[in-house]
Design a protein around this ligand. Structure first.
Ligand code: TA6
Length: 278
């Protein structure tokens, strides 16, 4: 079942239910902010904003047509797709799987003045698959960077480990230095890193769950957690909130930008498999 729901302030979202999973996707930003199988798999801040023009702190914001705040662009951090209204253009329902496609009609901006089509397809079932497709309808080529900025719910940030990034180079956004990841990643301080030349699969090991993330057409992965001090300055994250999420973002960033020629398309695709340990 797919229903359109509205919060008292008019904020609209799609509520999806099938035999296996349920999900909530805000029309602003095509922003999935709940995906439940047995348990909730995505993290959302308890004081997140659900209102026009503000991205929800949590779930999977779509960063497009830029990731971050690159020096070559005057666009706002993470672009405008996460703050604009998308529309549902296709849905297919089976007992164990719901497939929804949303489209952003308004893809132009004074700082990104190209004609293109932007679609995102969600496959909601035993796994969560997301495909973000940009098609260039302009006569000129353009460049994008992008990310599916996933906030994964974790039981305790200090107790997880992340594998699949070993021996990979990364750009540390904290001190603007290039480094190499030596072993499995554990978190005990703020992290804000853009891993480069990444392989397809990254795994989060938690006490109650193993999450495997498979990326296609993407060679960059961002790992972010604001830790204590940064959290204190964020008005949509409470002080303890950082303990229960890790952002692992499937991206095309830095040198892994996408140069899209006229009439060509590019799809950033992820498949996430959450396996509960009983
Ligand atoms: O992806 C990591 C990052 O770019 C961080 O630098 C941090 O600022 C985070 O995203 C959240 O950005 P936002 O604009 O959603 O507050």
């Amino acid at each position: 079942m797919v229903e359109v729901k509205r919060l008292p302030n008019g904020f609209e979202y799609l509520e999806v239910t099938n035999n296996i999973a349920s999900a909530k996707i805000a029309l602003q930003g095509a922003h999935i902010f709940s995906y439940k199988t047995d348990l909730e798999n995505l993290w959302v801040s308890s004081i997140a904003n659900y209102e026009d023009g503000k991205a929800i702190r949590g779930g999977i914001p779509i960063c497009w047509p830029v990731f971050g705040k690159p020096v070559y662009s005057q666009l706002n951090q993470h672009g405008f797709a996460r703050n604009r209204m998308w529309e549902l253009v296709n849905s297919k329902e089976e007992d164990d799987m719901t497939i929804l496609t949303l489209r952003l009609r308004d893809t132009r901006d004074e700082h990104f003045d190209y004609k293109c089509e932007l679609n995102v397809t969600f496959n909601i079932g035993n796994e969560l698959e997301i495909e973000l497709t940009t098609k260039n309808l302009d006569s000129r080529a353009f460049k994008i960077t992008q990310a599916l900025h996933t906030y994964f719910a974790v039981s305790n940030i200090s107790e997880i480990s992340i594998t699949g990034l070993e021996n990979k180079p990364y750009f540390d956004q904290r001190d603007a230095a290039h480094k190499i990841q030596k072993s499995a990643l554990t978190i005990d301080a703020e992290v804000d890193r853009i891993y480069q030349n990444t392989d397809n699969t990254i795994t989060i090991h938690d006490s109650n769950k193993t999450t495997s993330i498979t990326n296609l057409n993407s060679k960059s992965v961002i790992v972010w957690n604001p830790w204590i001090d940064k959290s204190l300055n964020m008005d949509d994250l409470n002080n303890e909130g950082y303990k229960n999420f890790i952002c692992i973002e499937s991206a095309n960033a830095l040198d892994d930008f996408v140069l899209l020629q006229s009439a060509k398309s590019h799809s950033l695709k992820i498949k996430i498999d959450f396996i509960n340990i009983v």
